[in-house]
Design a protein around this ligand. Structure first.
Ligand code: 5GP
Ligand code: ZN
Length: 150
């Protein structure tokens, strides 16, 4: 488990520490947001916790809360500045999901009519009612501690 405060080989830690340049748009005690170097659309921003965790699976609740609390202000600013009516917020978690930088982060991707983004994902995988109910029961059991803590 990667829980140290920073990782000297991590590109996002190096950006946060000012060792390599990035176009930063927000810097708080707990997070930094900067423009993606290879944007999907104009205004594509990455919201990055200052503390190094490889991905969301390892991010402590307190950091998730602090960083996630910045999302409303960030998406309002992005949409206002690039005049987007819509946006996607995405986390790619793990290689299979397309993660390439293993310092967990949120993508804020403004959307425009006719842009090249292929969305939404293809839905429609059929599941039996029995399978759905079993997943629900398993998830409720796994999440019981979270429900009790809320
Ligand atoms: P992931 O694929 O891990 O969800 O997203 C990583 C993102 O970081 C990519 O969209 C990529 O363009 C961006 N990125 C990678 N290296 C750099 C960098 O050095 N500077 C900036 N600004 N963005 C980067
Ligand atoms: Zn890092």
């Amino acid at each position: 488990m990667t829980t140290q405060s920073h990782d000297s080989g991590c590109v996002f830690c190096r950006i946060i520490r000012g060792e390599i340049p990035a176009l930063k748009v927000l810097e708080t005690e707990h997070a930094v947001a900067f423009l993606d170097i290879n944007p999907i659309n104009v205004g594509h921003v990455l919201l990055v916790p200052r503390v190094h965790h490889a991905n969301l699976t390892e991010l402590p609740e307190v950091d998730a809360a602090r960083v996630g609390a910045l999302l409303p202000a960030l998406v309002r600013a992005v949409c206002s500045v690039v005049k987007a009516e819509a946006f996607n917020v995405v986390i790619n978690n793990g290689t299979l999901a397309g993660q390439t930088v293993f310092h967990g982060h949120w993508h804020i991707i403004p959307r425009f009519a006719g842009d090249p983004v292929h969305w939404p994902w293809p839905h429609g995988q059929k599941q039996t009612q029995e399978a759905l109910s079993q997943i629900q029961a398993d998830l409720r059991e796994a999440l019981a501690p979270a429900a009790a803590n809320d």
